[in-house]
Design a protein around this ligand. Structure first.
Ligand code: SF4
Length: 95
């Protein structure tokens, strides 16, 4: 069994995870942040997409700029997820 079998995004339109320039990534993050396989998803992206080709999309609850920072070692995935979860919580309180 693959981590992909547990992915809650199966069947979700790909555009959700590859929004256009200037479009929000929050729709994707609403699926990714509670996803039980976000670590595996992010690891797959970091391991299989070189930094040169990793120029779009939300993988494992991270944006392209998040992954650049993770690759540089200036943040960890845990840092990114914690910040996104805090922001998500603030968004939900504002609604
Ligand atoms: S982290 Fe996001 S893109 Fe990755 S499997 Fe989970 S829902 Fe899908």
């Amino acid at each position: 069994m693959s981590w992909r079998d547990e992915a809650p995004c199966a069947g979700v339109p790909i555009e959700v995870f590859f929004p256009g320039v200037g479009e929000s990534i929050w729709e994707a993050l609403e699926l990714c942040l509670p996803c039980p396989v976000r670590a595996e998803c992010l690891d797959w992206c970091l391991s299989n997409l070189s930094s040169h080709y990793d120029e779009a999309g939300v993988w494992g609850g991270t944006s392209v700029s998040d992954r650049r920072a993770i690759r540089r070692g200036t943040v960890t995935a845990a840092d990114v997820w914690a910040a996104r979860e805090a922001a998500m919580s603030m968004r939900m309180k504002a609604c």
